[in-house]
Design a protein around this ligand. Structure first.
Ligand SMILES: Cc1cc2nc3c(=O)[nH]c(=O)nc-3n(C[C@H](O)[C@H](O)[C@H](O)COP(=O)(O)OP(=O)(O)OC[C@H]3O[C@@H](n4cnc5c(N)ncnc54)[C@H](O)[C@@H]3O)c2cc1C
Length: 512
């Protein structure tokens, strides 16, 4: 094949994930990949939690956990603990777990309990009791068992994963960017250019012909990737692709972030993200090996940046000289993520507030979907592939959005206009409205998610954990069930089962 050129504009995590996956996939083709990053435009500098999907990113690149995790001060993540999102008595917190094979013993029983509760029976419905990952997090244990004698051939850490646990990571986002940059340059021959794009030249058919840098270079390419963050320089500012805001059902548009040290004698960490509801948003706490990452995501319509900073400072007991970082967020998605010869990846293509740490998941999802269908052949008409790619990518953004919206419309905190307006949202998708109808009408939510193919981004466990974890049930109390006639499961039974299983797992240690 005649040499093909790809120019990636941007130097954040999205750009380096794209560069690595492109270069890896096209290793045997004659493709030159160049990343151009403006030295004076900083990366967003936050984004420290992942979903389990990121494991497959490292695995396909052959990068071992034992290599990248120490380099990025990374820790393991069993799920997310939600605190104070519901004011229903007995439901002040719950754990949103990643699944494990071991859950098969109690997963369906838990869902059946939630069904009984929806019929009006008083049974145990706290998700924390029914999932392996919740049990591990509570005990500050790792979701894996290291096994030094095991083979390392998988390309990831040699470990003994007897229950096929699905877990995710926390990491220092700046260090991850540096790690991926170095890997792309040294292992995959990706070129790097430190310069700012100041102009873009288009062909008459709308394709981008070349980009101009402030160092007087002109770079032409067959394919351009816009990884310029919220500025969306190529796809929006040049190709004029419209942006569809989600502001009407996701109010948060700002954040204030700060790092804090581990407490003085801490020898272990809890392998979970904690998300605590605040007066006009929520606060994250992420444990890294080197420190904790914290931030308050809020709506500037309801709270000023000064007041949000003050609230964060108070909740973390920060000293006055601790520096915090304020950020603005553009929440929504592009109408099209691939237009002409330009693909947008990362914050440039859209962003859903980071409540479930899904941004890099959508980045990886978009890159892999693109690699499945893209062809460098200029004579090949790719209109159909492009439309299909855009349709599926939009579908992903909307399904993730629906699940995030669910956290707000189901809240029962009437402490402020922010929470009240969230609970009264009328502008929700037909899919979300339908699923809520299924829940409240006492139907089978798992079955409906599968039939409508709505479980690709958030499966049955996630939906049941959230709704039951908030204590959202129809008001039709029938009293205690009768064990002879109604089959239900006691939380104690599940707790004992997981207590036995988790005995084998090691503590989540902070490295000295
Ligand atoms: C508050 C907050 C919390 C988040 N938490 C999470 C999380 O827990 N999990 C998660 O997955 N994601 C999270 N994210 C999202 C995550 O931070 C981003 O998805 C990720 O960092 C990728 O960003 P990016 O590379 O698209 O953009 P950026 O990091 O903004 O990078 C943009 C790049 O473009 C370059 N650039 C811009 N203009 C030009 C130009 N003219 N010429 C050349 N280069 C240019 C800049 O120099 C920079 O390198 C969070 C985001 C926010 C705001």
């Amino acid at each position: 094949m005649q040499q093909k050129k790809v120019v990636i504009v941007g130097g954040g995590t999205a750009a380096w994930m794209t560069a690595n996956l492109f270069a890896h996939k096209w290793q045997k083709l004659n493709v030159e990949i160049t990343v151009i990053e403006a030295p004076d435009i900083a990366t967003i500098g936050v984004g420290e939690g992942s979903t389990p999907y990121l494991r497959s990113f490292f695995k396909q690149l052959g990068i071992k956990e034992s290599d990248w995790m120490p380099a990025c001060n990374a820790t393991y993540k069993c799920g997310i603990k939600f605190v104070n999102w519901s004011s229903r008595p007995g439901f002040s917190s719950y754990f949103h777990p990643f699944n494990s094979d071991a859950d098969s013993a109690y997963n369906r029983k838990f869902e059946h309990n939630t069904w009984l509760k929806r019929q009006g029976y008083d049974v145990d419905v706290q998700p924390d009791d029914f999932y392996m990952m919740a049990a591990l997090a509570k005990q500050q244990k790792l979701p894996i068992k290291f096994n030094k004698s095991a083979s390392d051939s998988e390309g990831i850490n040699a470990y003994d994963n007897p229950h096929h646990n699905i877990y995710a990571y926390h990491f220092d986002s700046a260090l991850l960017g540096q790690y991926l940059k170095q890997h792309a340059q040294t292992q995959l021959q990706v070129n790097y250019c430190s310069a700012k794009i100041i102009d873009i030249k288009q062909q008459t058919n709308g394709d981008i012909k070349s980009v101009f840098t402030d160092t007087q270079q002109e770079l032409s390419a067959d394919l351009f990737v816009d990884c310029t963050g919220f500025s969306s320089l190529l796809i929006q500012k040049s190709l004029n692709v419209p942006f569809i805001s989600f502001a009407n059902n996701l109010f948060n548009d700002s954040a204030v972030a700060v790092s804090t040290p581990h407490s003085h004698n801490a020898a272990s960490y809890t392998p979970q993200t904690v998300s605590t509801a605040m007066s006009c948003g929520w606060r994250w706490q992420i444990p890294l090996q080197s420190r904790n990452g914290n931030g308050y995501v809020y709506s500037s319509t309801y709270q000023s940046s000064e007041s949000a900073e003050q609230e964060l400072r108070q909740s973390l007991k920060l000293t006055d000289d601790t520096e915090v970082k304020h950020l603005k967020m553009r929440v929504g998605r592009l109408d099209k993520h691939w237009q002409n010869n330009c693909l947008a990846i990362g914050l440039s293509q859209g962003f859903i507030e980071p409540l479930e740490a899904t941004a890099l998941h959508l980045v990886q999802d978009s890159i892999e979907r693109f690699l499945d269908v893209y062809d460098f052949n200029p004579n090949l008409e790719q209109e159909e592939q492009r439309d299909h790619f855009n349709e599926l990518t939009n579908y992903g953004f909307e399904r993730v959005r629906d699940y995030i919206v669910l956290h707000y419309i189901m809240n029962s905190k009437d402490q402020s206009a922010y929470w009240q307006n969230g609970a009264q949202l009328k502008d929700i998708s037909t899919e979300l409205a339908h699923l809520l109808g299924v829940w409240f009408n006492g139907q089978d939510l798992r079955e409906e998610l599968a039939i409508l193919n709505l479980d690709q981004y958030y499966g049955s466990t996630s939906w049941h954990a959230l709704l039951a974890g908030y204590g959202v049930f129809p008001d039709s109390y029938k009293g205690e069930p009768d064990k002879r006639t109604i089959n239900f499961t006691l939380a104690d039974e599940a707790r004992q089962y997981y207590a036995r299983l988790t005995e084998q797992y090691p503590p989540a240690k902070i490295n000295p």
